[in-house]
Design a protein around this ligand. Structure first.
Ligand code: SER
Length: 320
């Protein structure tokens, strides 16, 4: 029997992660969804336990972990890069102290930790193409700085206290269930919503802006595959994972294939500089060899699925 706790369960990744974990483990696991938002989708509330949790409150986290005999924490609560630049103190506080609290509770109760890092750990000095796993980490955003510090802290807890902590560096994540909140890569999600609802989109990065991206089913699968990987096969705790890379213009072209009247204009804002500091593609050979990372979606397949899901979602809402 597994006892899993997910922080940030109302967030972009959290909602789908909770669903996938509950489906995957069924009666063999209790998956406690935690977060600060009470407006959780019914499919989370109706399929298992939910608890209010502020990750900055270590006592509350400890109580939940102890009382429920938690053996694994998926720590997803985080402030993303664009909001982070507007509220750097808040981003540092939640991202660093939240992770610190999780690692401390994990150390005390012998809990495994899965925690997402990000391509935001890289900066302008990092090689931009096929960025290696082990390379220069000098980000220019507070979000990236909190992820680099978090990676170092996670590795410290692994070496010093034998906490089994594992992490993937997510590219921009595209999904149709819960919108992301305040990331630089959010244009790659918003473009689909606006294409389906309005037929046009104003993009906040340039047409040639190219970043690594991943579709949510692959993002979730990657984290769960890493959680289930044999520890003896892992030479790293933190892994690049690649999937697809494309420019904003190519993304728009893939949407036009299915919605020919779709139009896009480009009005770059402060997020352009953040996007320009990140890699265009990553080398994920360690993930592929050590735990068989194998994403299933490319751009055309993802675009078909996103548009299909969003059309169903909004048709359903209109019919209410
Ligand atoms: N998608 C995140 C962001 O844009 C990067 O991890 O902030």
């Amino acid at each position: 029997m597994k006892n899993i706790l997910v922080t940030g369960a109302a967030g972009q990744i959290g909602t789908e992660l909770v669903t996938s974990l509950r489906q995957r483990y069924g009666k063999n696991a209790i998956v406690i969804a935690t977060g600060r938002r009470t407006q959780l989708p019914a499919y989370i509330k109706n399929t298992g336990p939910f608890s209010y949790l502020n990750v900055l409150d270590r006592n509350q986290l400890e109580e939940l972990a102890f009382e429920n005999n938690i053996d694994t924490i998926y720590h997803m609560a985080s402030i993303l890069s664009a909001v982070g630049e507007q509220k750097p103190q808040l981003a540092w506080d939640i991202n660093m102290n939240g992770l610190y609290n999780v690692l401390e509770v994990a150390r005390t109760y012998n809990i495994s930790v899965l925690w997402p890092s990000s391509i935001a750990v890289f900066g302008p000095d990092t090689p931009k193409l096929n960025t290696p796993n082990d390379t220069i980490l000098k980000p220019t955003t507070i979000y990236g700085i909190s992820k680099v510090a978090g990676e170092l802290l996670a590795e410290y807890y692994f070496h010093k206290f034998s906490v089994d902590v594992r992490s993937v560096r997510y590219p921009g994540i595209i999904s149709s269930e819960t919108p992301p909140g305040g990331g630089t890569t959010d244009y790659a999600v918003a473009i689909y919503y606006d294409a389906v609802q309005k037929g046009s989109y104003t993009c906040f990065v340039r047409e040639d802006t190219t970043l690594p991206m991943i579709y949510m089913p692959d993002a979730i699968k990657g984290l769960i595959d890493l959680a289930e990987a044999d520890n003896a096969q892992l030479t790293h705790r933190i892994f690049n994972i690649g999937s697809m890379s494309f420019s904003a213009g190519k993304l728009a072209d893939s949407i036009k294939e299915l919605i020919p009247d779709f139009t896009i204009q480009y009005k770059p804002d402060f997020r352009q500089e953040i996007a320009d500091s990140w890699p265009q593609s990553v080398d994920d050979s360690f993930a592929r060899s050590e735990w068989k990372w194998d994403p299933k979606y490319d751009l055309p397949k993802m675009t078909r699925d996103m548009i299909d899901r969003l059309q169903k979602k909004f048709n359903k809402e209109e019919n209410f």
